[in-house]
Design a protein around this ligand. Sequence first.
Ligand code: NI
Ligand code: MN
Length: 226
Amino acid sequence: MDIQYLGHSSFLIRTKGKSLLLDPFITGNPKAQSVDLSGIRPDYILLSHGHGDHVSDAVRIGQTSQSHVVGVFEIVAWFESQGLQGTGMNTGGKAEFPFGTVKLVNAVHSSQLPDGSYGANPVGFVIWNDEACLYFAGDTALTMDMQLIPMICPPLDVAILPLGDHFTMGVDDAVIAAKWLKAQRVIGCHFDTFPPIQIDHDKAKRTFQSHNVELILPLINQTISL
Ligand code: NI
Ligand code: MN
């Protein structure tokens, strides 16, 4: 399983011959201008919630690539009204796809689509197959519900957690999340894109190191292989 960082909370996952785009926010992200959009033709687009910094490129990429949208029922219904196809789910449910299993887990945040449509509840995703298991938290506060994930999902190879504070949990809460998730390795996201979510990289790395959790602060276009 290869995980490529496209800036903010956007990742491109390649596994089992399929590509999964998570929370695409690229053209509107000044930090992600080096990302080659023409090379992104995902089979699936997974959306954690409706905010613009998570869905803004989904319609265009999805239409160009005939991608299959996965997310909460109301979000997927909105994308179906834009001509895309998808699988609408809801928190706590899992579904099987050709690349593996996706389970929707709780996220503590808000959600609204860019045109003001109802975005239902935000979620995180646990995605697994026989290659790896990863948790993509989406936008969320630290929540005790994270303790459920190691009980109900395969052991995590990596957790992708927001670190920027202000709109989501910050570094100190993310370390607690990693412990609860029993994750030895964390990939940070949702940091540095805007002034309120800028983080001190050295301090973040020291904080995780002191808790014996590996922290990767990915560079744009960097690929992490599990
Ligand atoms: Ni958000
Ligand atoms: Mn966000």
